[in-house]
Every structure is written in structure tokens, then in C-alpha cells.
Design a protein around this ligand. Structure first.
Ligand code: NI
Ligand code: MN
Length: 226
């Protein structure tokens, strides 16, 4: 069984194969975060790109948990210098971990780190855990190659709908059509005024126009894949 728990913005805890994987831990300064950074003890921290609303509390949580940070080479090197364990990947590259497999996928966005350091290319991540395939798109525009990401089948796609900095609801709907997941969970909305959206309207559009089921999670809520 794989469980996804939403902590607001683009932060998800994924539990499966006896491991805990935290993606984009923006907790401090996230008005929607239902937990404190001290509460998060995990095995892996995945960072899609360097922006503060994704890099977030990565260093604190990774050190506090003795977790391995998985990110692109530039971000992995950056956190290693600050004392974190890390595994560097880069776009298109996958590796096996004790939870399964992780591959970095393209994302059209930026990636500077909070202190201005170059953060390499932004990414999405495709995870295989307990036989399930989960795609976290990171921050990105819509791109047609999403079709390739979905081609082997996706159990869950985590897609930004906030607009302004990423895809908005209309493009995210196209992303659902391209990736064809069984379940889509919207993210990267509602945190700030600039990314205000109505997730229920998105859910209606998805379920009207595609075969995917749309699950809207409130921060702190979980979704289980059985
Ligand atoms: Ni960003
Ligand atoms: Mn962002």
C-alpha cells in the first residue's frame, strides 16, 4: 500500500515499501502547512528545484532525519556542502533506491536557490514504489512530452494548477489528458493570492473531460492507493 499525505503547496509525504519520502518540504513560511518541520522524520527528501517554496526546510529535515536528499547534481552538491547525505540525479536519469525507483523528468521553469546559487535545471520526478507509478510535476509549464511520462501508465499525477508561476487549471487539464493518470491530485494553489484557484472547478473539468479521478486533498489529508 502506498499513502500520499499533502502538506500544502507542492509538499507531499509518500509512504510505501516501508519508507517515507518527502517531496518539496516547504513547511516554514507556508501558511497552509499543517505540521512543523520538527515533526517530519523521513528516509528521503526529494527537491524538484531550488525555489524557496520547494527547497524549503530540506536541509533541516534531512539532517534531523539523517535522510538522503535526492535532487539534481547542483542542488545535491549544495546540500552536501551543508552536511546532508545526498544522491545526485539529472534530467532523464533514474536510480534504484530501497523504496523503488526515482527518475528526474523535464520541467519548464527556473531553479535558483534561495541564496542566489545556481540550482541547475528544474525537474519533475517519476517514482515507482510498491509497483505504483507516481509523477510529481514540480513547477512547470505544460509540455507535450508529458505524454511520454504517462505512456507506461500512471497511478497518480501531482500537477500544479496555481497559474502565474506554473500551469493554470486549463493547461493542467491538458496535462491530465497527456499523462492519462488514474488519479490526479492538484497542487501549488491557494498558498498565496497569486496562485489562488478553485480546485473543485478543476476536479469537475477533469472528471467531465477525462477518465481520471481527481482527488482534492486539504493540507493534512491523505490518499491511499490500495
Ligand atoms: Ni518554482
Ligand atoms: Mn513554486
Amino acid at each position: 500500500m502506498v499513502t500520499l499525505t499533502y502538506f500544502g503547496h507542492s509538499c507531499f509525504l509518500i509512504e510505501g515499501a516501508g519508507r517515507k519520502i518527502l517531496i518539496d518540504p516547504f513547511i516554514t513560511g507556508n501558511p497552509l502547512a499543517p505540521v512543523k518541520k520538527e515533526q517530519l522524520k523521513v528516509d528521503y527528501v526529494i527537491i524538484t528545484h531550488g525555489h524557496g517554496d520547494h527547497f524549503g526546510d530540506s536541509i533541516f529535515i534531512a539532517k534531523n532525519s539523517n535522510a538522503v536528499v535526492i535532487s539534481n547534481f547542483e542542488i545535491a552538491s549544495y546540500v552536501e556542502k551543508q552536511g546532508c547525505k545526498m544522491h545526485p540525479l539529472h534530467i532523464g536519469g533514474a536510480a534504484e533506491f530501497d523504496f523503488g525507483r526515482a527518475k528526474l523528468t523535464i520541467a519548464h521553469h527556473g531553479s535558483s536557490l534561495p541564496d542566489g546559487t545556481y540550482g541547475g535545471s528544474p525537474a519533475g520526478v517519476l517514482l515507482e514504489i510498491d509497483g505504483r507509478r507516481i509523477y510529481h510535476a514540480g513547477d512547470t509549464a505544460l509540455f507535450y512530452d508529458m505524454k511520454l511520462i504517462g505512456e507506461k501508465g500512471l497511478d497518480v499525477a501531482l500537477l500544479p494548477i496555481g497559474d502565474n508561476f506554473t500551469m493554470g487549471p486549463e493547461d493542467a487539464l491538458e496535462a491530465v489528458k497527456l499523462t492519462a493518470p488514474a488519479v490526479v491530485i492538484p497542487m501549488h494553489y491557494g498558498t498565496f493570492d497569486l496562485v489562488k484557484q478553485d480546485p473543485q472547478a478543476f476536479k469537475q473539468a477533469v472528471e467531465k473531460e477525462t477518465d481520471a479521478k481527481c482527488i482534492v486533498l486539504k493540507p493534512g489529508e491523505s490518499y491511499q492507493l490500495r
